[in-house]
Write a protein that binds this ligand. Structure first.
Ligand code: AP5
Length: 250
């Protein structure tokens, strides 16, 4: 899947600059969306990117983009993803470090799926500190485990633009076709039940401690991800508008 600037890539030649329009204003604190698989991070990150004119950096999308282009990094990452395991920290950290140094991240960016381990969070702190940037706003998207399976088994993604649908809750107007570009919709390889169980276990073991890592520093805002997508979006925009500008430099 080749995504728009929203997914980005790890190499300088992959970097596409966020569109600048009247709504594009950016924000000083990098925003991190953190939450279990299926919480709606990708769905919501796209709305934030569009509203604030900042790039959406999804490490999962970056890996899928690499795999689609047949790069060595993509092939390595896919093996971990298909088992529901995390890709090793050094690979993810190097990819994100290069990406957030790009010019289009100068006025803010939204991270989706990173950091996912405490080691990644510490690496991000060092990157932001070296760049003289503000500490992040961490939005913890909460979702009851009973909803996760329905969200993930029902998910379909556009092979062209990466738009996210759900056959139960957010179906396309024409079955199996993207509303925006008519692209074919596909199911992710890791949205099979046995892999979902592994991804949830990885979340509990490695990513819940990241929420605690940021919470003890007062950086976490909880967001209920169980409402309709538009209601979650409204609450997220309110939260960002309220919290941005309150941060300290790292
Ligand atoms: P990644 O792609 O990041 O997957 P994830 O974190 O498991 O999250 P998902 O993309 O599954 O869910 P989401 O929260 O974005 O939900 P979405 O908006 O799509 O990572 C995949 C793999 O890559 C990992 O397992 C790992 O191997 C590797 N990886 C990535 N980053 C890594 C890192 N930093 N370190 C190491 N390894 C890494 O929504 C889900 C569905 O619900 C959709 O169908 C959507 O339409 C629907 N939906 C969304 N919101 C609502 C709503 N409010 N109401 C009803 N339906 C909704």
């Amino acid at each position: 899947m080749r995504d728009s600037y929203a997914a980005g890539g790890s190499g300088a030649d992959d970097i596409k600059v966020a569109p600048q329009g009247s709504a594009a204003k950016g924000f000083p604190r990098p925003v991190i969306l953190i939450g279990p698989p299926g919480a709606g991070k990708g769905t919501q990150a796209k709305t934030v990117a569009a509203r604030y004119g900042v790039p959406h950096l999804s490490t999962g999308d970056m890996f899928r983009d690499h795999f689609g282009r047949g790069t060595e990094l993509g092939v390595r990452a896919k093996a971990f993803m298909d088992r529901g395991e995390l890709v090793p920290d050094e690979i993810v950290v190097a990819m994100i470090e290069q990406r957030i140094a790009a010019p289009d991240c100068a006025h803010g960016f939204i991270l989706d799926g990173f950091p996912r381990t405490v080691a990644q969070a510490e690496a991000l702190d060092r990157m932001l500190g070296r760049a003289g940037r503000s500490e992040p706003l961490v939005v913890h998207v909460k979702l009851d485990s009973s909803l996760i399976l329905r969200r993930l088994t029902g998910r379909r993604m556009c092979k062209v633009g990466g738009e996210i649908y759900n056959i139960y809750d957010r179906p396309p107007k024409t079955p199996n076709r993207c509303d925006h570009d008519g692209g074919e919709l596909a199911q992710r390889d890791d949205d099979r039940e046995e892999v979902i169980r592994e991804r949830l276990a990885a979340y509990e073991e490695h990513t819940q401690p990241v929420v605690a890592y940021y919470r003890q520093r007062g950086l976490v805002q909880d967001l209920d991800g169980s409402g309709a997508p538009e209601a979650v979006t409204r609450a997220l925009f309110e939260l960002i508008d309220r919290e941005e500008g309150r941060g300290r430099h790292l």
